[in-house]
Design a protein around this ligand. Structure first.
Ligand code: SF4
Length: 695
């Protein structure tokens, strides 16, 4: 809409950073971004954080790609779109003919829109014939999704962000919410300060939320599964479980009781390092807040501290089990909240960027699903699970994957074990990278395609609360770049597909027609600040509170799922004696390709660092601000030490955001993975520290 007519344009968009899904108006004049103005955002009201408010200068950065690039030896040369698309389509055809469709793989971006996710997986499945499609939820919340599928049926937050305010007790486990999901954290802080909401934080670091908490617990790394089961057992043994709720809504209580019989307080004290008094206190607080005769209850928020472990999905299952035992579902202010990282990491999975699922989590193993999509797309759908992100790199290293087409992910720095990733890239026959700027990953590519960022396109994003929201084009695509969906269409057409989408709304209409979860999603209903939380019925009724009349199983009953303990495998020893933790910082998102291109933000935190506890610094003679080298079995990085009480004992913390590729923490992480989802166990890493002494 025009503000001062013909002078300043105001366009509604959705933040391209974290999964909170703040929306706001962007004020532009020509190609200048004048300001970001939050007004009616359903998730954020009038709030934003520093990234949403100021982190948009990458859009107008000199670093934007403005032409396709084709590798010639060690260099790249500019090429026309026609030449680049011709080369890509002929390589895809050639690899498919020579090695079969599964020699190609497609990584889809969580910064891209829902429509773009849908279209790229359609390109892979319909046009190429492979299910090798995945996205970066493989690096973060795939384990949480499995835990929720097992127990309550849907892999999404139980309610809205606003609903969390109604909880009597919020437990944050392995989530640095104030820095990773700032506007959501603001709601929790407010409810805690003004409305008497109780806050428990369980984490390794004493971050801001931990300092505010009524109870801060710091169990041993990777042991959350044990305290959760011990607390569930204690509550059940003492007859304080939600018996009526369990009888009416939950299956599997006997098997569950049996599965946790060894999780005594004595065992939990040994395994977690928490005291018996702390465990009893935790159980008491949970039971008190779970009283179903009153409003609200317990919400558990969790993130990478839980999921990036060997047992990430098992611990996510244990969280949901604990919520079921205490009756904390099916009411506002209760339930499970895995907090999604990227702005659209929820949506990109929702719309089919998964190796075994079609849009809306329709299983490829289901013949009816394959028949439906096969008929709509006029192709043969294959039932076999494709490769996930981590398996793609393994397959590249094994010489089995020949062509990788990656959009918008800095995989060379964000996947674990960066050296293994780089070696895999080196073995590909052909590597296509599509991004807004020339990323570190693009340096390995054969063709680089210039994409347009969120402000330059229409589409929808889905936030952590399952909320689908419209973004509108605020700027014309920078000359030479194109929105991702248009690039996918050009490639599909070059391969002979009859695709003729003229607007993302048509893609959404097709996706909705094939996906019961989005049956009533449409651009008409999403107009402006309107939004819909899935599932959305055909008549447009959406579902802010996910479970109201039972759970997402045929009998409407949840399932207590006997999970198994998968402890850390790379424990500290005499050679690698420190535990390495990693995570986000407020100012930057992930590798930082966008935020480091906003000078004001980059200046706030220009370099990566390693947090060292005062006691470790004293023991090793580490000066604040001096350089140390961290060494793991997989690589080494040199960083400045920041001596801080946020970390304790022999734990060190390195942010995942690094301006220089050589500082990236994933040079240190290894090959351990969640036992169900292959999500890298980033948090299961041991290092040693060499004190370099320079300041
Ligand atoms: Fe909101 Fe997250 Fe964007 Fe910050 S980064 S403005 S909290 S969506």
């Amino acid at each position: 809409s025009a503000g001062r007519e013909g002078y300043i344009e105001k366009t509604k968009t959705v933040c391209t950073y974290c999964g909170v899904g703040c929306s706001f108006e962007v004020w532009t004049k020509d190609r200048h971004i004048l300001k970001i103005e939050p007004t009616h955002g359903p998730a954020n009201g009038v709030s934003t954080c520093v990234k949403g408010k100021f982190g948009w200068e990458y859009t107008t950065s000199q670093d934007r790609l403005t032409s396709p690039l084709i590798r010639e030896g060690e260099r790249f040369r500019e090429a026309t779109w026609a030449e680049a698309i011709d080369l890509i389509s002929s390589k895809m055809r050639q690899v498919k003919e020579e090695h079969g469709p599964d020699a190609l793989a497609f990584v889809i971006s969580s910064k891209g829109s829902n429509e773009e996710s849908y279209l790229k997986q359609k390109l892979a499945r319909q046009v190429i014939g492979t299910n090798n499609v995945d996205n970066c939820s493989r690096y973060c919340q795939s384990p949480a999704t499995v835990g929720l599928w097992r127990t309550v049926g849907y892999g999404g937050d139980s309610g809205t962000i606003k609903d969390i305010e109604a909880a009597r007790l919020v437990i944050g486990v392995g989530t640095n919410t104030a820095e990773s999901h700032p506007v959501l954290a603001t709601r929790v802080k407010r409810a805690h300060k003004l409305h008497g909401q109780e806050l428990i934080v369980v984490d390794l670091r004493e971050h801001e939320m931990a300092t505010r908490a009524d109870l801060f617990l710091r169990p041993k790394a990777g042991s959350d599964f044990v305290w959760m089961n011990a607390v569930s057992k204690l509550i059940l043994d003492e007859g304080r479980a939600a018996d009526a709720f369990l009888a009416e809504w939950v299956n599997g209580i006997d098997e569950f009781r049996d599965s946790i019989k060894d999780y005594t307080l004595e065992y939990a004290v040994r395994e977690t390092g928490l005291s018996e008094a702390q465990l009893r206190d935790l159980a008491d607080r949970i039971v008190r807040a779970s009283d179903r005769s009153r409003e609200g209850g317990v919400c558990v928020l969790w993130a990478m501290g839980v999921t990036q472990q060997m047992g990430g999905s098992e611990t996510s299952t244990a969280i949901s089990n604990l919520l079921l035992v205490t009756g904390n579902y099916m009411r506002t202010g209760t339930g499970a909240y895995p907090l999604r990282g990227h702005n659209n990491v929820q949506g990109v999975s929702d719309f089919g960027a998964m190796p075994d699922m079609m849009p809306g989590y329709q299983k490829l193993a289901d013949q009816d699903v394959r028949d439906k999509f096969g008929a709509a797309w006029n192709c043969e759908m294959r039932p076999e699970r494709g490769l996930d992100n981590t398996q793609m790199i393994d397959a590249a290293n094994a010489g089995k994957l020949k062509l990788l087409y990656l959009t918008g992910e800095e995989m060379s720095l964000t996947d674990a074990d960066s050296n293994h990733v780089a070696e895999g890239y080196g073995k590909l026959d052909f590597f296509i990278v599509q991004d807004v700027v020339f990323s570190n990953t693009a340096a390995y590519a054969d063709v680089v395609l210039p994409a347009s960022p969120a402000l330059e396109k229409d589409g929808t994003f889905t936030s952590t609360e399952r909320r689908i929201q419209r973004l509108y084009q605020a700027l014309e695509p920078l000359e030479g770049s194109k929105p991702d969906w248009q690039i996918y269409q050009l490639i599909a057409q070059a391969l002979g597909a009859d695709w003729n989408y003229t607007h993302p709304g048509e893609i959404m209409a097709e996706a909705a027609s094939l996906t019961p979860l989005f049956a009533g999603v449409s651009y008409e209903r999403l107009e402006g600040y309107n939004s819909q939380c899935w599932p959305v019925d055909a008549d447009g009724t959406d579902t802010p509170l996910l479970y109201t009349e039972g759970f997402h199983f045929p009998d409407k009953k949840a399932r207590l799922y006997p999970a198994i303990y998968a402890p850390r495998v790379q424990t500290e020893d005499s050679e690698y004696d420190l535990h390495l933790n990693s995570g986000r910082m407020l100012e930057h998102l992930h590798e930082g390709n966008m935020t480091f291109r906003t000078p004001g933000i980059a200046a706030l935190v220009p370099d990566a660092f390693v947090e060292v506890s005062p006691e470790l610094a004293a023991e090793r003679g580490v000066q604040d601000g001096s350089f140390v080298r961290l060494v793991s079995p997989f690589g080494a990085i040199k960083l400045r030490a920041l001596v801080t009480k946020r970390v304790f004992g022999n734990q060190v913390f390195v942010p995942m955001n690094a301006q220089r590729a050589e500082d990236a923490v994933n040079h240190l992480t290894g090959q351990n993975r969640d036992i169900n989802t292959n999500t890298p166990a980033y948090k299961d890493t041991s290092v040693r520290m060499e004190v370099l002494g320079e300041v």
